[in-house]
Design a protein around this ligand. Structure first.
Ligand code: FES
Length: 64
């Protein structure tokens, strides 16, 4: 699968909250949905510029 964003776990997906890809992945694995992840991390509660990236990450994880 081709991706144009880095797959590094330490990559900050949401600069507003400092949420990393690894954090999103671990919360997804705990069974949290995007709203719960947002409440837990603060992601999507600022500019919402990370929304597309987070949706893509969750989509990828749920397709694994
Ligand atoms: S980058 Fe996530 S809310 Fe701004």
């Amino acid at each position: 699968m081709t991706r144009n964003i880095s797959d590094s776990a330490d990559e900050i997906i949401c600069p507003c909250s400092g949420t990393t890809r690894a954090k999103i992945q671990s919360l997804f694995e705990e069974g949290l949905d995007i709203e719960a992840i947002s409440r837990r991390t603060g992601a999507l509660s600022g500019c919402s510029g990370c929304e597309w990236d987070i949706l893509e990450i969750l989509k990828d994880l749920s397709e694994r």
